[in-house]
Design a protein around this ligand. Sequence first.
Ligand code: ADP
Length: 199
Amino acid sequence: MKLVALTGGIGSGKTTVAKIFELLGVPVYNADKSARYQMEHHPILKSLLIEHFGSQAYHVDGRLNSEYISGIVFNEPTQLTWLNQAVHPYVAIHIQEWLMHAKDLYGVLETALLKESMKLTNFYKIVHISSPESLRIKRVVIRDGQLQEDILKKLRFQQTEEELLELADFTILNDGSQSLILQIHNIHKSISNEILKKC
Ligand code: ADP
């Protein structure tokens, strides 16, 4: 199965667009959710994180203390690099397992960190969701109730629109001016036809 990256900054609409791909029958893998799952369930990784960040890295019920960890890594770039390097091997193995069992023409890997994900696996195509930063911030404030300054901190660690545009094979404009469903349908048709032609 070919793998298509679906990327965009926080609040650009990745989860929304991924749901539409799923409705079209395309399997979706969420790299951020997978990283979280590994951090909460893989005993070796859990021990590593506790050793590095302290026992506060987890709540008493075993859930990841995201607020605590975000407070560290989004204030200190070397800590974010450390975290990514610790978690990525576990996500990479899981992606390979997912790909081995899939039988579809292509699957979508949803990721906020495209360059990091490109180190884990190869992509057949890259789909980028573009949306103005001010609109993205407004959406995340409504979605998560996060403070604007916390969102801005996270944004600084993500790829810029210019970087993503350069890497992208397709760009979906999600600023409310164009139909999302139509744009996604056209991309789905184009990718499926190209793969079928090569078969
Ligand atoms: P991401 O996964 O990239 O962070 P989401 O898909 O969660 O972004 O979108 C952020 C918020 O904006 C969500 O609450 C979502 O429902 C909303 N949203 C996204 N795209 C649109 C749109 N075209 N129209 C209205 N709301 C949208």
